[in-house]
Design a protein around this ligand. Structure first.
Ligand SMILES: CC(C)[C@H](C(=O)O)[C@@H](O)C(=O)O
Ligand code: SF4
Length: 473
């Protein structure tokens, strides 16, 4: 028994400290899982090679291709339509580095490839109680499994490759408790945007957030991933949800989950990573889920969101005024009904099978409004296969949307998929700053159902407008 009540975070942290933090030096933490993608790894491998070092634990490292990968198929000569030679070079460099260092890579020919934060949980690589790192800010996603998951920079990627350890100052701890239940037609993304709005952009800075409460327990694993994914958008170091029976059920039978002989014993250990009664947090925030409606952002930071149907607030600062101008919205005016040009369903926030089901449920038997471009990009090959098995691809294609190969795509517009200058997009991704989805592009963040509803109406629309009379309608 611990001598004093401790948190989920404390328990994972303490179990991974190789050397404690001092006034002069951060703690050294052992890393259980290191995920790698093509954008933040080339320099790290170059550094490793320059120092003549090997990868310390290749079997604890897993790489995928996601950011620079075209979502259109190869041409007749088998050539991929890379957006630039630099993009192709990143992919080639990762392949070469993985081959030389004996690291598993989900390459183009792999049925496992996908956005790193989508594919790793699918493979059962991410497990409760682990320290997970990746050279990517949205690594927080993996916290949904009761893991401590940090995004790290390229030089840290090099450190972890060489030592399987990370230097880290102990963060402060915040608990966000969401009471009650979401109303029908309100999604995990809406909850997420409401939570970020409450913490504020940068309000989570220096903290690791634990999400707790009835509404969090009620989320499925996909919903928890959506929520943890965006912790970084409130400035937090990480976000996490303690493992429970849903976590265990999700992981059972996955390829890299513990095998059946040891699974139950491991699962019992996972369930011990919870916050004790009476444990203290540096900050506590409470919200009521039942008051949350479908949300959409109106500004250029992810915390600037309102219920669809509500009116924009009066800007308090010059930057808030600029953001509203950039977006083409006015103060004290509804954003609902504003015409949109592009709709993107995908990303590590909302590119999972449940997200595609949500979007397809709204779109089924309906049409994307002429003049609106809708792009649907599965988060991984596994999501793509599952969606096609369920006929969701047909729903999207029949509605007039484009159905693409997995990758980050229009979330970050590094691969040739982008929103044009001045165009307004409703996007299920996580960042809405100026030009995030292309030069001069404007982004409204929302849920998959809202994205689909907006594609049909050609304007930002509450998805409950298209609620079906019955489930099989
Ligand atoms: C390219 C990568 C470093 C970046 C990140 O760290 O998050 C990207 O994934 C993003 O979403 O902006
Ligand atoms: S989908 Fe978007 S947010 Fe996620 S890793 Fe890719 S670029 Fe980053």
């Amino acid at each position: 028994m611990p001598s004093r009540p401790s948190t989920l975070f404390d328990k994972i942290w303490d179990a991974h400290v190789v050397q404690a933090e001092t006034a002069d030096a951060p703690a050294i933490l052992y890393v259980d899982l290191h995920l790698v993608h093509e954008v933040t790894s080339p320099q790290a491998f170059t550094e490793l090679d320059r120092s003549g070092l090997k990868v310390r634990r290749p079997e604890r490292t897993y790489a995928t291709l996601d950011h620079s990968t075209p979502t259109l198929p190869p041409n007749a000569n088998g050539e991929r339509p890379y957006a630039s030679t630099a993009a192709a070079a990143q992919v080639d460099a990762l392949r070469d580095n993985c081959t030389r260092h004996g690291i598993r890579l989900a390459d183009w020919d792999s049925a496992d490839r996908g956005v790193v934060h989508v594919m790793a949980p699918e493979l059962g690589l991410t497990q409760p109680g682990m320290v997970v790192v990746c050279g990517d800010s949205h690594t927080a996603t993996h916290g949904a499994f009761g893991a401590l998951a940090f995004g790290i920079g390229t030089s840290e990627v090099g450190h972890v490759l060489a030592t399987q350890c990370l230097l880290q100052r102990k963060p402060k701890q915040m608990r966000v408790t969401v009471h009650g239940q979401l109303q029908p037609g309100v999604a995990a993304k809406d909850l997420t945007l409401a939570v970020i709005g409450r913490i504020g952009f940068g309000g989570g800075s220096g903290f690791v957030i634990e999400y707790a409460g009835e509404a969090i327990r009620a989320l499925d694993m996909e919903g928890r991933m959506t929520l943890c994914n965006m912790s970084i958008e409130a400035g937090a170091r990480a976000g996490m949800v303690a493992a429970d029976e849903k976590t265990v059920a999700f992981l059972r039978g996955r390829r890299y989950a513990p095998p059946s002989e040891t699974f139950e014993a491991e699962a019992a250990k996972w369930l011990t990573f919870t916050t004790d009664d009476g444990a203290r947090f540096d900050a506590e925030i409470e919200l009521d889920a039942s008051s949350i409606a479908p949300m959409a952002t109106f500004g250029t930071t992810p915390d600037a969101s309102i219920a669809i149907g509500a009116t924009t607030p009066t800007p308090r600062t010059d930057s808030e005024r600029q953001a509203l101008d950039y977006m083409g919205f006015k103060a004290n005016t509804p954003t609902a009904g504003h015409a949109v040009d592009v709709v993107f369903v995908g990303s590590c926030t909302n590119g999972r099978i449940s997200d595609l089901r949500d979007a397809a449920a709204v779109l089924r038997g309906r049409q994307v409004k002429p003049g609106v471009r809708m792009l649907v990009v599965p988060g991984s090959e596994a999501v793509k296969r599952q969606a096609e098995a369920e006929g969701l691809d047909r729903v999207f294609i029949d509605a007039g949307a484009e159905w693409r190969l997995p990758g980050c795509s229009m979330c970050i517009a590094m691969n040739g998929d982008f929103v044009g200058p001045g165009q307004l997009a409703v996007s299920t991704s996580n960042r809405n700053f100026e030009g995030r989805q292309g030069k001069g592009a404007r982004t409204i963040l929302a849920s998959p159902a809202t994205a689909a509803a907006s594609a049909i109406a050609g304007a930002l629309t509450d998805p409950r407008t298209y609620a079906r009379e019955s489930v099989d309608a």
